[in-house]
Design a binder for this molecule. Structure first.
Ligand code: ADP
Length: 230
């Protein structure tokens, strides 16, 4: 397996408050990592640090090749019913970050947009407005935006928390498929331990420090099999 990203001795502070200390792990191509931890344990802060959105207080985040990360932000489903953009325009914004001015959508971009809409089974929604779609459909549109530039790493921050159980299962199935068939590397942030243990192949557990990083099997063995969760 090829290494994709290595994090060493990472620490992050807000003012004097160190919320992440000495975090170290590496991500291999094809990993499906479930990032778990209580509220306030530093999950979102770690994601922001990986995305390069926060200054590090110490340590390094090293990528093999480009830092090409697709990001599905937390609680994205709050779409105003009047939000005027069409699905294809929203997905197109996932390509704009790669461009220099002038930022035009080219023919090749249209092809990439159509491809990802088909891959996620939402091509028929291409001309619809986001606000007219169901929660599950909206989440697929935002996933398409995160994936249209073909990222080497896809980070999903609580992607299913606003979805009902059936739609949530469908979404997890899709993510599993993207991981296995398309070999896309995934970090899934979730407070839903059961879903993580069902779907992810590795677990990362934070409490401002790294409490655990390893295979899901090893995590289950350590935390569950000797007399329940602890
Ligand atoms: P999680 O995503 O696991 O809930 P966060 O990374 O959001 O955790 O937060 C970790 C800690 O950092 C919390 O104590 C939170 O209050 C604090 N924190 C998060 N963002 C900021 C910020 N912008 N400024 C100051 N403190 C912050």
């Amino acid at each position: 397996m090829n290494n994709l990203m290595t994090v060493e001795h990472l620490s992050v502070k807000y003012g004097n408050n160190e919320v992440l200390s000495d975090i170290h792990f590496s991500v291999e191509e094809g990993d499906y990592i479930g990032l778990v931890g209580a509220n306030g344990s530093g999950k979102t802060t770690l994601i922001k640090a990986l995305l390069g959105l926060l200054p590090l207080n110490g340590g390094t985040v090293r990528f093999e090749g480009d830092r090409r990360i697709g990001y599905l932000p937390q609680a994205a489903i709050s779409a105003d019913a009047l939000f005027p953009a069409e699905v294809s325009e929203i997905v197109a914004t996932g390509l704009l970050g790669l461009k220099r001015f002038p930022r035009f959508i080219l023919k090749s971009d249209q092809i990439a947009i159509n491809d990802i809409l088909r891959r996620l089974d939402i091509f028929h929604l291409k001309q619809k407005r986001l606000g007219d779609l169901s929660g599950g459909q909206q989440q697929r549109v935002l996933l398409a935006r995160a994936m249209v530039a073909k990222p080497s790493l896809l980070i999903l921050d609580e992607p299913t928390s606003a979805l009902d159980p059936k739609v949530r299962e469908d979404f997890f199935e899709l993510i599993g498929d993207i991981n296995q068939k398309d070999r896309t590397t995934i970090i899934l942030v979730s407070h839903d331990m059961e879903s993580v243990l069902t779907h992810a192949t590795k677990v990362m557990m934070l409490d401002r420090r790294l409490l655990f990083f390893g295979s899901t099997e090893a995590f289950v063995e350590q935390h569950f099999e000797k007399g329940g969760f602890h």
